[in-house]
Write a protein that binds this ligand. Structure first.
Ligand SMILES: [Zn+2]
Length: 460
């Protein structure tokens, strides 16, 4: 994995091919291809009713006038992986089946790297889960616009308090109206907003300072949010990876940290009119790489995103948002549709994974560098040994016929030769592109000429 820091807006190719080295049976390959086809299919259906504009063009339009590229990587085991380059992506980690799978896979890699580092240092890692009580009808959370307005008002209240302390003039009418608006926004907060507030309360103050000094010192934490929808409405909870410098037994960590962390958690919930069960509200266990830890959780999530079907079983007795989407696009049932829209508006712009910072920066500890944003990960093109260029009209025809994943499968089965044959047999134009090329900058072809299966131009 590359530890080089990324510039803002810069995307890089990922040279990591570990996943291609493993032996994959033909059955598994077919399974993976059909899961991918299902993700693309669900995104296609979602485009018709999503409230998020950027999902409507995700994977559909190209970033360059000249079209898209198709690249193939071959792993040491001979397994091929094909992907498109030069496509617009939405980077919606919560709502887009295709982008969410890609982002979850990357987060799992990062977390696994962090855990390996902690292990190498002789430290220990724990998985802490915190939940809250919820009832049907509880709102999921403020919309993105409401959240940014709340932030704006909080900033104004803060500046005003400084002004008052310094004896400066304050517009009292404006102050009163801001206070009222802020109070109304806070009163309309949903489970997700309260959960974020409660986690901030857990990780601040003298109690947290004391907790962080235990077991040789806290190296840092990473927090993931999980949401499901069940008979009691939205169920929002968090999973936190806590890494300490020393080896600690699960029993000791549980006894020393559990009740203290849960105490701050449930008091914070109480201040916002929510509560948590003392018996079932928290869980703390030792995290082992690939065995129910947070990295594993993200890997599973990447797989869950791939399926999104009822038969996959329900987490915590509820449907994951991707299962909700799967059901919605199958039935277009009004209740599911409304829940999906609530999901989109409440989740938009929120972070799925947050890291402790400053001297408890786990990413820096593991040499991971700056975290790529969701949008950057979604926009990354797969590394490729060889590519072909697909001019715009070819890409338009492929998307209109819903054959995007069929072409990928052809390229994975027989390499780019297979892709070329597939394209040529359908009368679709393609061009040779050199490895590492982005989208073709210009495609010049004399009128009336056609290319043969090897990409060589032939006179008619
Ligand atoms: Zn997307």
């Amino acid at each position: 994995m590359s530890g080089a820091p990324l510039g803002k807006g810069v995307t890089t190719l990922r040279p990591d091919r570990r996943h291609l080295a493993e032996q994959v049976t033909p059955d598994k390959l077919v399974q993976a291809q059909s899961a991918r086809a299902s993700r693309w299919e669900r995104r296609r259906s979602l485009r018709r009713f999503t409230g998020l504009r950027r999902i409507r063009t995700c994977g559909l339009s190209t970033t360059s006038e000249s079209g898209a590229t198709l690249g193939v990587v071959t792993g040491s085991g001979g397994r091929r992986s094909a992907a498109y380059g030069g496509l617009t992506t939405c980077g919606s980690v919560w709502a887009c089946p295709v982008c969410a799978a890609k982002i979850a896979a990357r987060r799992a890699d990062d977390l696994a790297t962090v855990m390996r580092t902690v292990d190498d240092l002789g430290g220990s890692a724990f998985l802490l889960t915190l939940t809250m009580r919820h009832v049907r009808g509880d709102r999921l959370g403020l919309t993105r616009t409401e959240r940014s307005r709340r932030k704006e008002l909080e900033d104004r209240v803060w500046s005003r308090s400084i002004a008052r302390r310094n004896g400066w003039d304050v517009d009292v009418d404006q102050a009163a109206s801001d206070d009222d608006e802020l109070a109304a926004l806070v009163a309309s907060e949903g489970c997700w907003d309260v959960l974020s507030y409660a986690w901030r309360s857990v990780t601040s103050g003298a109690g947290w300072q004391a907790d962080s000094e235990r077991f040789g010192g806290l190296l840092g934490w990473a927090r993931a949010v999980e949401v499901t929808h069940g008979v009691n409405g939205w169920h929002v909870h968090i999973h936190v990876l806590l890494c300490f410098r020393e080896q600690v037994s699960a029993d000791l960590a549980r006894a020393a940290l559990g009740p203290r962390v849960f105490g701050r958690w449930s008091r914070a919930l109480g201040r916002r009119g929510f509560s948590a069960s003392p018996e079932h509200g928290w869980d703390l266990r030792r995290a082992q790489l690939g065995d129910g830890d947070l990295a594993d959780y993200f890997t599973k999530m990447a797989h869950e995103v791939t399926s999104g079907h009822r038969k996959e079983g329900h987490r915590h007795g509820g449907r994951t948002p991707m299962q909700l989407l799967g059901d919605t696009v199958e039935t277009y049932e009004a209740g599911d549709m409304a829940r999906w829209w609530e999901w989109e508006s409440a989740s938009d712009g929120r972070r799925q994974l947050t890291w402790s910072t400053g001297r408890r920066d786990l990413r820096a500890l593991a040499g991971l560098g700056r975290e790529a944003t969701d949008e950057e990960i979604a926009a990354e093109d797969q590394d490729a040994d060889e590519r072909i260029a697909l001019p715009r009209e070819t890409w338009t025809r492929i998307t209109a016929q819903r054959q995007e994943t069929e072409l990928l499968a052809a390229a994975e089965h027989d390499g780019l030769d297979g892709a070329r044959t597939w394209l040529t047999s359908r009368g679709l134009r393609w061009f040779v592109a050199t490895p590492g090329d982005g989208p073709p900058s210009a495609v010049i072809q004399p009128y009336g000429w056609r290319d043969d299966a090897r990409g060589v131009l032939r006179r008619p």
